[in-house]
Design a protein around this ligand. Structure first.
Ligand code: LLP
Length: 441
């Protein structure tokens, strides 16, 4: 293990520098890891994932007593090792596809602790999930409820179901991740009366066991007031369903969405403080409305894995266009991280080795895809003498990078390596060009 010497702002305490000034992650030597596993390379700090899971578990315990639950939103990073960790930490999971269900199943995850989301579960998806014992379905719409009823009836079971409700909240995050507004492909809106109708429908179906409601208003949220407004609307809806339909929801799932720090100017959100503030507000609202507090669940994805991740790239060319800017091309790109191309997401990019005294230059860090939009980050300050073959690190890449990676231009996806207690272990091997043709017939 390498001692962390320097306390400059490296976003998260698992990023440091050794005595020579070289960047470290989870106390490990990045050049050595790149040499063993190649680049681009996804690294995960396992201790950090566990720490975040424990923080959530203790926060829900403190905030809601024994009536709080947490499911890891595995869309943020889905591979077997993550599900093994979630199982060991006593977490639930949120899954959205047969692929995620199967990966969790292959990892031995107890699927009765899984919540099956998605706005369009096919009949085959529903059958697949029921046959593997997925515990809870989060039904998005009426057609889906009928299909769940149908498959549950065939199996002679009563399926636990939550209904996805759109509370009509705009979380003021980027458009692609705002999901709680009325105009959304997800859920049934309270405002239009569709949420009340779908509740009546669920209550009428003999093989559907309605357990409560779910909502998720968006992602990368820093503003606590978004959750405070959401709880008020959702508890109001629970009270209304009690009054009008005599149905008292046992569970309210408030989704995920807590923001993480990608750059120095973003704040660090205090998970426990946020959950306790939500719990306090909920207790007051429930008392005002004269309803008992439901059990409460959260589904964090990003805030569990984002700062447990780092990506290493090797620099290829440095192209200075006089009068314009400098492009640093690396051996990855939008195929391993499409988030800047999709959302303009900010990141912190640093050279792995120190360039003491070197001038800094503002660069665009770009990938090697045949597409101008293949940009990993713009406006990055990097040493002006950074050259071919050097390593650079992109911080906070644990959420929605590997999960959203593609094979555009037939570029194989990088390996995923877990770091723990000074040791490293492959979690997902690097794709080969042979893997890429293995499905072609
Ligand atoms: N629950 C539901 C129903 C969700 O749809 C999501 C995220 C979560 C929980 C977890 O949210 P989180 O805690 O990770 O914010 N690809 C985008 C993010 C899409 C989020 C989709 N849903 C990105 O890279 O920013």
């Amino acid at each position: 293990m390498i001692e962390i010497q320097n306390r400059e702002d490296l976003l998260c305490e698992n990023v440091g520098r050794d005595e020579s000034g070289a960047l470290t992650f989870a106390g490990q030597d990045l050049a050595a890891l790149a040499k063993i596993y190649g680049t681009p390379l996804y690294l995960y700090d396992e201790a950090r994932i566990r720490e975040k899971m424990r923080t959530y578990l203790s926060a829900v315990e403190k905030a809601f007593g024994g009536r709080g639950h947490v499911q890891y939103a595995s869309k943020a990073a889905s591979f077997k090792r993550i599900y093994e960790i979630a199982a060991e930490e006593g977490f639930g999971i949120d899954v959205v596809s047969c692929g995620e269900i199967y990966t969790a199943y292959a990892a031995g995850f107890p699927l009765e602790r899984a919540y099956f989301h998605s706005n369009n579960k096919t009949d085959a998806d529903i059958a697949f999930a029921m046959d593997r014992g997925v515990g809870t379905f989060v039904a998005d719409n009426a057609e889906e409820l009928y299909a769940i009823e149908n498959e549950a009836a065939k199996r002679g079971i009563s399926q636990r179901v939550l209904l996805r409700i759109t509370p009509g909240i705009d979380p003021h995050t980027y458009a692609a991740v705002a999901t709680g507004k009325v105009d959304s492909k997800f859920g049934s809106a309270i405002e239009t009366g569709q949420a009340a109708s779908i509740t009546a429908l669920a209550l009428s179906l003999p093989h559907v066991k309605l357990c409560g409601f779910h909502c998720h208003v968006g992602s990368q949220i820093f503003d606590e007031s978004v959750y405070l407004s959401t709880q008020r609307i959702m508890l109001g809806f629970i009270a209304e369903m009690y009054r009008t339909q005599g149905y008292l929801a046992e569970e309210l799932d408030l989704g995920g969405g807590l923001g993480v720090r990608y750059t120095k100017d973003q704040p660090t959100l205090d998970i426990e403080k946020t959950l306790c503030a939500v719990a306090d507000a909920m207790k007051k609202t429930a008392a005002e409305l004269g309803i008992p507090m439901p059990a409460v669940s959260f589904e964090p994805g990003r805030s569990i894995v984002a700062d447990a991740g780092m990506t290493l790239y090797r620099v290829g060319s440095r192209k200075k266009i006089p009068g314009y800017k400098t492009y640093i091309s690396v051996d990855g790109g939008m195929t391993d991280n499409p988030r800047f191309a999709l959302y303009g997401s900010p990141y912190t990019v640093l050279p792995v080795l120190p360039h003491k005294g070197a001038e800094e230059e503002i660069c665009s860090v770009v990938g090697r895809c045949c597409e101008s939009g293949d940009i990993l980050q713009e406006g990055v300050s990097l040493p002006a003498d950074l050259c071919r073959g050097e390593l650079i690190a992109m911080l906070t890449t644990g959420a929605y990078q590997y999960a959203m990676a593609s094979n555009y231009n037939r570029i194989p996806r990088p390996a995923v390596v877990m770091l723990r207690d000074g040791a490293h272990r492959l979690a997902v091997r690097r794709e080969t060009v042979e893997d890429l043709v293995s499905l072609d017939v």
